[in-house]
Design a protein around this ligand. Structure first.
Ligand code: GLN
Length: 515
């Protein structure tokens, strides 16, 4: 029974809970047991909140027994990325500098989860301050990909993706500044949505790059992502960039899964060279499935995407260097006394703390950003990058005249091995080549599993992009594709190659080649 509950989708758990055939406590306990069994190997969590999760679950059970009408997802547990503020629960952002920081407040999206009665299982691992594509930049050690523990689970949100893929949580929250929800979803065979910028409140999300950051769902099915997106989405007066308009009907779109007559645009610049052969094959097959479901295919060109990575790696470090200035050893977390100085100044304490508290990748980006923003260089770097950003948004506007959604592979390759790209920042940055344009333009995107690549039997992702505030299209197309692929495979991808089947010792799935 316990194992079965962890294999259920959030939608199925919600039904069982509503019918009263299972209790919220049983569901929470099953997932906590699963974590106790496998997380020494996977390392999805930085903190597990056993007591908090069970107490929320008990509260839901009590209220249900008293006949209160509850939210549809009441009692469905969730894991939250450690970059989101949670009152009373540590929030480290994967950094030494925030070790031991316990926020005195909840992020708006956490308040919404709590109001819905969703038990928070714990906080998930991530690259430090969400900088990275592998979780190797976490100060607390990497998370592992449940498909192959020697490989990365994607990043920065590899804790959330691996938690969902290894059945430790039916749902998780991630954040996506350049791909950190979508790329981890792609390489773990799960689903991840980056909502429209301003669609989910950023209040309480520790900022990496404020003009790019968006929180969103990490799940195993498209419907589950839509259900979670509806819980966390919608206007919040606490976030000045939050869009004051209703969220489109996402769950309805996922349930209808209707793509008949929909124009699917293949982005020429995101499908060619540099993409692993097996990833491309699965992409082409997925497009064919959508055609079979009634969609039309057009090819579109977005020439400015060639400069997206360069623009992103000026804009992101610029904003990050400014956002991270607040970690000054006075207000939060770590404080280090400089060695050999008896009466250190505030500046000396600050320097020693930032030196000890930040990892190499964070320092690299602070230096880059500070340089790009320095007077005399501002126009040449930050200013030019902003102009490229405009060109990219214009490319999207033009492309969306010809197509209702745009598609591409989510990431250029399947999961790589630990260490493969760690010493080569450019190689690491190239993981985001297909995901970054959406962040620069503020539009929504989703990654849905497209199958296993032939070369290595590892999951590949299919990315769907829609115009701003048309997040419903992601779910319509994603659900249509998922339905076709599930039928073709005879089951969900993760079930066909069950991650971490059996006990914690017998790790690693049986990978099967695809016809
Ligand atoms: N991998 C990208 C980066 O390192 C994206 C990060 C993110 O989306 N948080 O910046």
């Amino acid at each position: 029974m316990t194992t079965d509950l962890t294999r259920s989708t959030a939608a199925a758990l919600a039904d069982l809970l509503t019918q009263g055939s299972i209790s919220a406590r049983e569901v929470a306990q099953a997932h906590l047991d699963r974590t106790a069994e496998v997380d020494t190997a996977v390392h999805s969590y930085l903190h597990v909140d056993t007591e908090g999760a069970l107490s929320t679950a008990d509260d839901v059970d009590r209220r249900r027994a008293a006949g209160e009408s509850l939210h549809a997802l009441a009692g469905v547990p969730i894991a939250v990325k450690d970059v989101i503020a949670t009152r009373g629960l540590p929030t480290t952002c994967g950094s030494r500098i925030l070790r031991g920081w316990v926020p005195p407040y909840d992020a708006t999206l956490v308040t919404r989860l709590r109001t819905a009665g969703m038990p928070i299982l714990g906080k998930t691992n991530m690259d430090e301050f969400a900088m990275g594509s592998s979780t190797e930049h976490s100060a607390y050690g990497p998370s592992h990909n449940p498909w192959d523990l020697d490989r990365i689970p994607g990043g920065s949100g590899g804790g959330s993706s691996s938690a969902v893929a290894s059945f430790q949580a039916p749902l998780a929250i991630g954040t996506d500044t350049g791909g950190s929800i979508r790329q981890p979803a792609a390489v773990t065979g799960t689903v991840g949505t980056k909502p429209t910028y301003g669609g989910v409140s950023r209040y309480g999300l520790v900022a990496l790059a404020s003009s790019l950051d968006q929180a969103g769902p990490c799940t195993r099915t498209v419907l589950d992502a839509a259900l979670l997106h509806e819980v966390i989405g919608g206007h919040d007066p606490m976030d000045s960039t939050s869009i004051d308009a209703p969220v489109p009907p996402l769950v309805e779109a996922a349930r209808r899964a209707d793509v008949s007559g929909l124009r699917i645009g293949i982005v020429r610049e995101l499908t060619g060279e540099g993409f692993q052969a097996g990833v491309r094959t699965r992409f082409e097959q997925a497009v064919q499935h959508l055609v079979d479901a009634g969609a039309e295919v057009v090819e579109v060109s977005c020439p400015s995407f060639t400069y997206a990575l360069a623009a992103y790696y000026l804009i992101l470090p610029s904003e990050a260097s400014s956002n991270l200035a607040k970690f000054d050893a006075m207000r939060y977390g770590l404080r280090v006394a400089p060695s050999g100085i008896s009466d250190p100044s505030a500046e000396q304490v600050m320097a020693a703390t930032r030196d000890a508290g930040f990892g190499d990748e964070v320092k690299r980006r602070i230096i880059l950003g500070t340089y790009a923003l320095s007077s005399g260089y501002y126009d040449a770097y930050y200013g030019s990058a902003q102009k490229v950003r405009r060109l990219i948004a214009d490319d999207f506007t033009r492309a969306f005249e010809a197509a209702d959604v745009l598609v591409s592979p989510t990431a250029p390759t399947t999961a790589f091995r630990f260490g493969d790209k760690l010493d080569d920042p450019m190689a690491m940055y190239l993981n985001d080549i297909a995901t970054i344009p959406a962040n620069l333009a503020g539009i929504p995107g989703i990654s849905v599993p497209s199958g296993l690549a032939d070369e290595d039997g590892l999951p590949a992702g299919f990315q769907i992009l829609a115009p701003a505030m048309h997040d419903d299209r992601l779910y319509a197309v994603g659900a249509a594709l998922e339905a076709r692929l599930t039928a073709a495979w005879g089951g969900a991808m993760l079930d066909r190659a069950p991650a971490l089947a059996g006990t914690g010792a017998a790790v690693g799935p049986t990978r099967t080649k695809e016809a």
